[in-house]
Design a protein around this ligand. Structure first.
Ligand SMILES: *Cc1c(COP(=O)(O)O)cnc(C)c1O
Length: 373
């Protein structure tokens, strides 16, 4: 059996007619950039997230860039975030001369540890960026209090958490403003690069809208130097179709996760910890073991896709070298980077395939450690 980490073709087969019709409509209406297909999606996604506004943009990284710009962060300002994320969370700050200040993670959820965040707040701190890693919201109760107490903007990087919840609130509405990626393999994925921003702050939304489209006020009136980071009509149309299926796909991911939880209990590896009131959507189902590399290689030999998110924490990536971070600065993130492994958990997996993954995982582990299968 061959089981990939993602299978976008299998997903397409389940929605082929809806997608093909939606794409044909864009062709007929020639609404290729922004326009009706993007506006309909923005409206539907804002409603879904429970925010007043949603803006379709060209990628998740562009969403973060526009948010940092709209907050008018200046060189020398500091933004506190997690070192255990995709580099896109931090990259736009580097271009702006804004210093990313990292706070180590909670080793059970892999998300920002609010106690560590509190220790890093200083006179130059302007914002906190929480990442809902693997699909589980960070601790918005405590992070929200810290942001309020110190007058900081709380930004949510929800690129992995479409539809995740914190109590009765949905990802995208958990901070002051949120960035989404709709990269094809994300839980809500377009058919190319795409991203979104959600917020209920109408002034901020207006600034973001201008920055997304050349600082435009009228057709050829430009009030600020902006960017071209608009969402394409095709992507808006695809996203509207897929949004209708998102909850069912999330439910399937949660069922797969519950199956793994049950079948992997008792094996010498850690399974994911979900801390209520967070509700996980399992963008990744991540196990943890010191034998990670051997387990990954063994699974690959047996046809099971398994991936590492992420093998190197952001503070140790070469583009941050000048900032002076060193190995040992964030020991929990560094340890996690050496031990995490993501198993296939996409919605269309069959019970037979899940059984196969568990079976192979037991066999590989017993070969490594002499565990009874
Ligand atoms: C995917 C991702 C991004 C970047 O999104 P793109 O659409 O690839 O630019 C940012 N942050 C996190 C946590 C992500 O997973």
């Amino acid at each position: 059996m061959e089981i990939p980490v993602h299978d976008l073709h299998r997903q397409y087969e389940t929605i082929r007619e809806e997608i093909d019709a939606a794409l044909r409509e864009v062709l007929e209406n020639t609404s290729f950039v922004l326009g009706e297909p993007v506006e309909s999606f923005e409206e539907a996604f804002a409603t879904y997230c429970g925010t007043r506004h949603c803006l379709g943009v060209s990628s998740g990284t562009a969403a973060l860039k526009l948010i940092y710009r709209a907050l008018d962060l200046q060189p020398g300002d500091e933004v506190i975030t997690t070192p255990f994320t995709f580099i896109g969370t931090v990259e736009p700050l580097l271009h702006m001369g804004v210093r990313p200040v990292f706070a180590d993670i909670d080793p059970t959820t892999f998300n920002l540890d609010p106690d560590r965040v509190a220790e890093r707040i200083g006179p130059d701190t302007r914002a906190i960026v929480a990442v809902d890693l693997y699909g589980q919201p960070a601790d918005y109760e405590r992070l929200g209090e810290l942001a309020d107490d110190h007058d900081l903007t709380l930004i949510e990087d929800a690129a992995q958490a479409h539809g995740a919840r914190w109590e009765d609130r949905v990802a995208g509405s958990l901070g002051d403003v949120a960035a989404f990626s709709f990269y094809p393999s994300k839980n809500l994925g377009a058919y190319g690069d795409a991203g979104g921003i959600t917020t209920s702050d109408s002034d901020l939304a207006e600034r973001l809208r201008r920055l997304r489209d050349h600082g435009r006020e009228g057709k050829y009136r430009h009030s600020v130097a902006g960017y071209n980071e608009r969402l394409d009509g095709f992507q808006g149309a695809v996203l509207s179709v897929k949004l209708r299926h998102l909850d069912a796909w999330s439910e399937a991911r949660r069922e797969h996760a519950a199956f793994y939880d049950e079948r992997l209990a008792g094996l010498p590896l850690e399974i994911p910890t979900v801390v209520p009131p967070a509700e996980h959507v399992y963008y990744q189902y991540v196990v943890r073991t010191e034998q990670r590399d051997a387990l990954r290689d063994g699974l690959h030999e047996r046809g099971v896709g398994a991936a590492v998110h992420y093998p190197r924490p952001v503070h140790l990536q070469p583009p941050l070298r000048e900032l002076g971070y060193e190995k040992g600065d964030y020991p929990r993130a560094e340890a996690a980077a050496g031990e995490v492994l993501s198993l296939p958990v996409f919605a269309q997996l069959t019970r037979e395939e899940l059984d196969y993954v568990v079976e192979q995982l037991r066999e590989v582990l017993s070969g490594i450690r002499g565990v009874e299968p």
